[in-house]
Ligand binder design. Sequence first.
Ligand SMILES: NC(=O)c1ccc[n+]([C@@H]2O[C@H](COP(=O)([O-])OP(=O)(O)OC[C@H]3O[C@@H](n4cnc5c(N)ncnc54)[C@H](O)[C@@H]3O)[C@@H](O)[C@H]2O)c1
Length: 258
Amino acid sequence: MLDLTGKNALVTGIANNRSIAWGIAQQLHQAGANIGVTYLPDEKGRFEKKVRELADELNPAFYVPCDVQNDQQVEDTFATVAEKWGKLDILIHCLAFADKEGLTGDFTAIPREAFTKSLDISTFSLTRLARSAKPLMTEGGSIITLTYLGGVKVIPNYNLMGVAKAGLEMSVRYLAAELGGQKIRVNGISAGPIRTLASSAVGGILDMIHHVEEIAPLHRTVTQIEVGNTAAFLASDLASGITGQIIYVDSGYEIMGM
Ligand SMILES: NC(=O)c1ccc[n+]([C@@H]2O[C@H](COP(=O)([O-])OP(=O)(O)OC[C@H]3O[C@@H](n4cnc5c(N)ncnc54)[C@H](O)[C@@H]3O)[C@@H](O)[C@H]2O)c1
């Protein structure tokens, strides 16, 4: 029943084979979706090379450089979507950033520059991408972002990213309210801790994973593919009645009080 054949999906946030976005791209592809990939450009083109080597097996319709802090690159990304596909059905927002000083030490010590940069990349970017996706989602659509429990409850070291995720989760609700009239659904997946490039920047990721293994009802953490399966569901017509929600894919950890 889960069939995304003929659907066009723009996937942001693939950095390497551990990326959650990579798990999502694979599962969307397996369900039949056409994939377009963005990557964070760097001077030597190393990210692009890595992303292409990884994602070529999914036969992406295009690769485009897209630093979400760069409005021109965002516009060029959606111009490519318009040119190659004409319409967009699925937008995967799977990226975040915080300087090290925002992910350790005293919360009161977070510098203004680190705060604004993190919220620009991790939070505002969802709204920025949704703004450009909106006119291309002519047959409705599904926008999916990635969040974490640290945006709702205090998690050691998550600090600045917790504020960014709280803003992101509220953005999901406001965007869902605005875009529902256009049959565009907006949801977040709150994933359990997974070892990735980004999560390794958060102090004690392995401790977080071990804690989940001990406490969570399923006694293990989740995989990128499990998150990808939920993204495929949310992207599909099976989830046609779901918008503005944060769905936990965390082995049930979130329900535990003690
Ligand atoms: N790994 C976890 O435990 C976990 C848990 C819950 C939620 N998440 C969220 O999942 C998402 C993906 O992270 P991940 O863990 O797969 O790590 P990752 O390092 O594989 O992905 C992060 C991505 O963000 C991209 N990025 C950073 N700055 C950018 C910018 N300015 N413009 C465009 N892209 C930029 C990077 O290129 C990278 O592809 C993030 O939103 C993260 O907060 C991760």
